[in-house]
Design a protein around this ligand. Structure first.
Ligand code: SD4
Length: 290
């Protein structure tokens, strides 16, 4: 089945999405394209929500979460990993080179070093300074739409018509040590079923996990919803059961086998990037609250 490639990602990560889109146009498999795409943000030290330069936990440790899922239904995930920048690529290694799906913490870090990943300090002078400022009040509240960017979840449809995805994050800034969000949890932060489509999430991970958001979206598409309708329904599951939803953001993106896409969120301010027909454009998501 020949397809026109499509890449979408959470937030306005223009360069990351363009990178994946160009690789898909060259004929690369979707899994390669999305992992190379999200790596742009993992390596961008100015981005304080993903990879190197990510905000630390409340004790000053930068701990990263990531997962990948491919068109055959294989997946891999790493949680609370320190000192490794390209954790989406590491999640792929777990998927391909181990008998397991998830590695956490020190085990994931040691596996990365054995696999040839570079070990480096992920806390930058800038994020260290911000963390020390935060320590003065230690006031912990979820912040809606931090600086207009956050976790990067990316979905790709390649020329063979196959869908894969990657999701990577430093998680919530100043989280408790050991806290893991939705991003590396298959079915929550990311889910792919190559016969149907894929979905990815960003925002308050606890709420995405409670509703298994990305799996829900794929199942809704299987039952006939468009990607847009499925994202709206998944947001509606959260807001209808949690009156506190005025205090946190959740946003979803989705794609189906036909290359149709959708996105939706709780609070205004979320955008996804969409690459198709050689064009990379931001799409402003509709929101439950206006
Ligand atoms: C998490 N979903 O760790 C991620 C981070 C995020 O807005 O996207 N925060 O919960």
């Amino acid at each position: 089945l020949a397809s026109d490639p499509v890449a979408i990602c959470t937030w306005e990560f223009t360069k990351a999405n363009a990178t994946a889109g160009a690789l898909l146009d060259q004929g690369l498999p979707a899994l390669d394209a999305v992992i190379k795409g999200v790596a742009v943000e993992e390596e961008n030290i100015k981005n304080t929500t993903v990879g190197k330069g990510g905000s630390p936990d409340r004790e000053g440790n930068v701990t990263l979460d990531a997962c990948v899922m491919d068109h055959t239904g294989n997946c891999g995930s790493v949680m609370a990993v320190e000192n490794i920048t390209n954790v989406a690529a590491l999640a792929r290694k777990v998927m391909e080179d181990t008998p397991h799906v998830i590695l956490v913490g020190k085990g994931a870090e040691e596996f990365a070093v054995q696999s040839g990943f570079t070990s480096e300090n992920l806390l930058t002078p800038e994020t260290e300074k911000l963390w020390k400022e935060w320590l003065k009040t230690s006031d912990y509240k979820p912040v809606i739409n931090i600086e207009d960017h956050d976790t990067i979840g990316m979905l790709g449809l390649d020329k063979d018509g196959n869908i894969s995805g990657a999701c990577t994050t430093s998680g919530l800034a100043y989280k408790m040590k050991g806290r893991v969000g939705d991003s590396p949890v298959i079915g929550s932060g990311l889910f792919i079923d190559n016969t149907v489509g894929g979905a990815a999430a960003t925002g308050m991970g606890e709420e995405v996990i409670k509703t298994v958001g990305s799996f829900l979206i794929v199942e809704l598409m299987r039952n006939g919803m468009s990607p847009q309708e499925a994202c709206e329904e998944a947001v509606s599951r959260i807001v209808s059961t949690n009156p506190n939803h005025t205090n946190f953001q959740v946003a979803y993106i989705a794609i189906n086998k036909q290359g149709e896409t959708g996105c939706y969120c709780i609070h205004p301010g979320f955008k996804m990037m969409k690459y198709s027909n050689g064009e990379n454009i931001p799409v402003v998501a509709g929101s439950h609250l206006k």
